[in-house]
Design a binder for this molecule. Sequence first.
Ligand code: PGA
Length: 255
Amino acid sequence: MARKVFIAGNWKMNKTAAETAVLCRALKEKFADICPCSVEVAVCPTFTSLSAAIAELKGTNIKVGAQNIHWADNGAFTGEISGAMLKELGVEYVIIGHSERRQYFGETDETVNKRLVAALRSGLKPIVCIGETLEEREGGKTEAVLEKQIKGAFVSIGADDFKKVVIAYEPVWAIGTGKTATPDMAQDTHAFIRKVLAGLYGAAAAEDTVIQYGGSMKPENSKELVAQKDIDGGLIGGAALKADSFYDLVKNAIG
Ligand code: PGA
């Protein structure tokens, strides 16, 4: 099975519901000529903007994802949002374990695993984020860090559920910094990730897994990155906040 390119915008804590509606209307127009047969496209606004995005993008080729999920279905977890709540809105994807959550909100490999279990239980498609810091890369620890993050995320996840998961490799030092991993560097790391997945789920399942790259991907570098054998798309921050740059990035990546 050939892997399909998958490009998702992670809007982070940007865009009110009204601003979301404006951006989604612009995306709807721009992306009308992009065939869903060649690429899967999604946007992941903040929780309060999900309904606006879903309403605007209904009937289009652009899917909607959330940026986090709690591991319980309901209960005394003030400020949290469950999978059932996201599903009811019509959300399709959910980002789990983004480095900003690991860095600022105490996310660990264990909580990533719990959120992943909950997402799968709720019928959401998870985008599991992994990535090393600059210190870890410079210390020669990239592979050990990624292997630990992968093994931690997939504890108790069966082979059938694994097939529903997308991985996003995002070197922390490349996020929002303008520093992109070179295509060769990113390719090497993606190949390593696929090797670790093959060890867990077999070579065929690893071959079928979509692995996005994230970290300062933009229209100028998306083609070269996605052209790499093991890079199957991107998780896009800054460049996803404007319809023109997100469209150009996608168009260049598949063109
Ligand atoms: P960036 O963010 O594209 O702004 O570097 C990517 C991400 O954090 O998902």
